[in-house]
Design a binder for this molecule. Sequence first.
Ligand SMILES: [Zn+2]
Length: 231
Amino acid sequence: MKKKLMLKLTYTATILLTLTVASLTNQAVTVISQQMDFEREICFVIDPGHGGVDGGATSVTGKLESAFNLEISVRLRDLLHFLGYQTKMIRTTDVSVYTRGETIAQKKMSDLKERVRICNETSGAILLSIHQNTFSDGKYSGAQVFYADADNSEALAKALQKNLVNTLNPGSNRQAKKAEGIYLMEHIQCPGVLVECGFLSNVQEEAKLRSAEYQKALCCVIAATAVGFVA
Ligand SMILES: [Zn+2]
C-alpha cells in the first residue's frame, strides 16, 4: 500500500477508534503523534503472557491469567489488522513457547528466551505484552504499563498509561514504570511495553476483565495509542 494512502487510512481509523473509545467512556483518548525515528515498516509483536504449563496468576473466579491474556491479545491483533498494521502473535493457543528443557523451570526459561528471539528477529518490531495483575489484598485495581529499556518505550508507556487512566480508570494515580526484573523486557532490542490490564484479585475488576465489552475497550485504547504513536 502507498505510504500516503496508508497514513490517511491510519488517520481515519485512529479518529474512528478515538470516537469509539470516547463513546464507551465519555472520555477522549489523547492520540500522540510524535516524530519518532520509525524508519522501517512497523510490526506489532503481540505477546499474550504465560500459557501452557505456566498459567500465570489465577483470578478470583479461578480463571487463569494466560487465558485473559490470550483473549485480549487476539482482539488487539484483529484491531491492529483492521487498522492496516502488520502483527505477529507470540502464541495463538494455550501453549508455552519453550523449545527445550526438562523441568518446568527450564521450560519457563526457554519460553522467555524464545519470546525475546521472536521480538529481536522481527524487523520493525514494537512489543505489546499483555498481562494481568494480582495482589493478596483485593482492594487494588487499575491498569499499569511497564516499559523496556529500548528507545521510545518509555514515551509509549507514558502515553498509554495516561490514556488508560483517562478512559477506563478515572481517578487512578498509577504511573508508567520501568520494567525491572522482567526478563523479556530487559532483553528485547525493540521498543516494548508490558500492559498489566487490571487486577484479577479485585472482584469488580476481574468481572470487567472477563467481559467482551471491557476487553474491546482496553484494545481500543492500546491500539489507538500505539497507532497514534507511530503514525
Ligand atoms: Zn503475567
